[in-house]
Design a protein around this ligand. Structure first.
Ligand SMILES: [Zn+2]
Length: 257
């Protein structure tokens, strides 16, 4: 199984899952149908299935048109009745080629957000807008408590899990991360690597969970020095409570420029 991105819009990635024994492909969050159709046409591929992480238009905008072309199954949040043919929720399993993906509900960015995890030789997490390299999604519908719970769920996955987020936000995320942890060597190093990748117009994703644990402020809101910096940016007192501390990091990012 290989996974690679098709860029869409300004900074979205439509992840394509391909299997060497199949002429079919799966698309994750196809916000734009043309991007996927052009790829299928150029490489003689058939769309076999679609996974949706949440309802936002930049993740679902191409689904209706793609269904008309291929009539493939669409897995995603239950309430998207117009688009989803196979509604799924936390703990459900989906077979993508020969690999099982388990649905992990991660409300926070939206209430319906789902991630898809596959335990294989190199474990894979399709994290949508929940976790990015160096950042996490804005909390638009859920609560800070829900988003922290999502971060904790993801932290519990194997350390070598490759994480496929949907946006190329890494350099902006790292500017904020470095404002909190200017001396974090792993962060400094990863920032340099990613700057080089972006200069070459290459994606900085996927990322690895072990790297995120060392660099992503939203998986590190328990670190004392980081908490102090986040609170300082907000002119607040550093929170003791883990949810309040996470909330300070999230709100500091929201107002960071
Ligand atoms: Zn979104």
């Amino acid at each position: 199984m290989t996974i690679f991105p098709l860029p869409a819009f300004n900074d979205n990635y439509i992840w394509i899952i391909q299997d060497k024994d199949s002429s079919g492909i799966w698309a994750v969050d196809p916000g734009n149908a043309d991007v996927v159709l052009n790829f299928c046409h150029e490489y003689q591929k058939t769309l076999t299935g679609i996974l949706i992480t949440h309802h936002h238009k930049d993740h679902t905008g191409g689904v209706a048109e793609l269904k008309q072309h291929s009539n493939c199954p669409v897995y995603g949040p239950e309430h998207l009745t117009e688009l989803v043919t196979h509604p799924v929720d936390d703990g459900d399993r989906i077979l993508v080629f020969s690999k099982v993906f388990t649905v992990i509900a991660t409300p926070g960015h939206t209430l319906d957000h789902l991630c898809y995890f596959s335990e294989q030789e190199t474990p894979i997490l399709l994290s949508g807008d929940t976790l990015f390299k160096g950042g996490c999604g804005r909390i638009m519908e859920g609560t800070h408590e829900q988003m922290l719970a999502a971060m904790i769920k993801i932290s519990g996955l194997p350390n070598d899990t490759l994480i496929y987020g949907t946006h190329e936000y890494t350099l902006a995320n790292y500017r904020f991360a470095l404002s909190l942890e200017p001396n974090n060597k792993d962060l400094i190093e990863s920032n340099i690597t990613c700057q080089k990748l972006r200069t070459e117009e290459k994606p900085t994703l996927p990322t690895k969970l072990s790297i995120e644990k060392k660099t992503n402020p939203f998986l590190r809101s328990h670190i004392e020095a980081l908490k102090i910096q986040a609170a300082q940016q907000l002119n607040e007192i550093p929170a003791e409570n883990p949810i309040a501390a996470f909330s300070q990091v999230r709100r500091a990012k929201d107002s960071f420029s």
